[in-house]
Design a protein around this ligand. Structure first.
Ligand SMILES: [Zn+2]
Ligand SMILES: [Zn+2]
Length: 405
């Protein structure tokens, strides 16, 4: 656990984070108030990248075909550490996942680390990446496909939570969009002339619900209906919505997705409806780098935070940071911003993302991420062990994602 990293760098990181605290907090609040959803985070991206630019980073906006994505770079040679920002809100629930805090902690970490390295005369590369649409759409997937993270020695990002842990677990996940098309008719006068698209969805919903008992413990499948008809006296002619299928590994998710499609096709056949079922993006499972996690545990203690006991794979979601973790050594620790039980995607968590406790955690996360980055850049032994751990993890499966099958 010992390293050759001088302790002065930690003080320099702490000083830089403290000096930038007001700016980071006001930026976080502004993004929280904007609450822009995936791929529509124009103002959030503009404000955030503007702050980063003022701290000496060269910013490239609109990368990988996404107007709200950006990469900010400082340094031309040496080891490379990237911090990833998210800034999308949830549909209908605002910043109830606390991505406003992710945005500013990663920006703060990159700014503080670059400043500390510069003061120490160290040649290194620090990137701050703006990744849109984590809550659906998966902005990190095109960034990965374009190789943005390929030369990174470490990629770091924190997530707010109701617990503090150096390692977060996240399931592989496929996003589906479904539409049933039937035929409208007078629901009383000519019901026999109609084809009921709501019945098709009810069949599919029940089919999924029965299937759930047969799934492995780690699997999840859940969805909702956006459009379910237009009036009670018309046989619904169109219903549509979305679903997510999830599992710990991509192989099992692939088998789930075949069955999921079969259930929807059966519902269409049973009711005479037409089905359009689009398999959208798939997020890979999250592979946490064990050596980066070891550094995180050390630095969590270093800033006075105690790690909660976490049962692996218990109470987990999904993230496109999973895709990043197959491209480069990655860590995505969690920091508590609320009491246990007040988790993401709730009204209480949205409030926590704007609270003094949340903002304090954001600043601590910036400091911890920057310290981990400093270890990777300044200690060749840490860097080598991080790389070795990455290379011995299972390798990326590319043959099944987005297949539509
Ligand atoms: Zn979320
Ligand atoms: Zn989130």
């Amino acid at each position: 656990m010992t390293t050759t990293v001088p302790v002065e760098i930690h003080q320099a990181i702490h000083d830089a984070t403290s000096a930038g605290a007001d700016e980071l907090i006001s930026t976080s609040r502004a993004i929280h108030a904007l609450a822009e959803i995936g791929f529509e985070e124009y103002e959030s991206s503009r404000i955030l990248s503007g702050v980063i630019e003022q701290h000496g980073f060269h910013v490239e906006r609109g990368i990988s075909g996404m107007p709200t994505a950006f990469v900010a770079r400082q340094g031309n040679t040496g080891p490379h550490v990237a911090f990833v920002c998210e800034y999308d809100a949830l549909r209908g629930l605002g910043h109830a996942c606390g991505h406003n805090l992710i945005a500013t902690s990663s920006a703060g970490a990159g700014i503080a680390l670059a400043r500390a390295l510069k003061a120490g005369g160290v040649d290194a590369r620090v990137s701050i990446v703006g990744a849109p649409a984590e809550e659906g759409g998966g902005g990190k997937i095109p960034l990965c496909h374009d190789g943005l993270f390929d030369d990174c020695d470490a990629v770091l990002i924190f997530h707010p939570s109701d617990r503090t842990a150096s390692v977060q677990y996240a399931l592989a996940c496929t996003h589906w969009e479904w539409t049933f098309r039937g035929k409208a008719a007078h629901a009383a006068g000519h019901p026999d002339h109609g084809i009921n698209a709501l019945d098709a969805f009810v069949h599919a919903y029940n089919g999924v619900s029965l299937w759930r008992q047969q799934l492995r413990d780690d699997a999840r499948v859940h969805g909702f209906i956006i459009e379910g008809g237009t009036a009670p006296n018309i046989i619904p002619e169109l219903t549509r919505g979305e679903y997510l299928t999830r599992a710990r590994d991509g192989e099992y998710l692939r088998t789930m997705n075949l069955r999921f499609r079969a259930i929807f096709e059966a519902a269409a056949r049973a009711t005479g409806c037409e089905l359009q079922l689009d398999e959208r993006e798939t997020y890979l499972d999250l592979r946490s780098n064990a050596v980066l996690a070891e550094r995180a545990s050390l630095h969590l203690a270093g800033v006075g935070l105690k790690e909660d006991r976490v049962v692996p794979w218990e109470r987990t979601g999904s993230t496109d940071v999973g895709d990043v973790s197959y491209a480069a050594p990655t860590l995505h620790p969690e920091f508590a911003i609320a009491d246990p039980g007040i988790g993401p995607h709730t009204h209480g968590f949205r409030d926590a993302a704007l609270s003094a406790r949340g903002e304090q955690a954001m600043l601590q996360a910036a400091e911890v991420l920057a310290r981990i980055g400093a270890d990777v850049i300044l200690d060749p032994d840490v860097r080598r062990r991080v790389r070795d751990a990455f290379l011995t993890q299972p390798q990326h499966r590319t043959d099944w994602t987005g297949s539509g099958e």
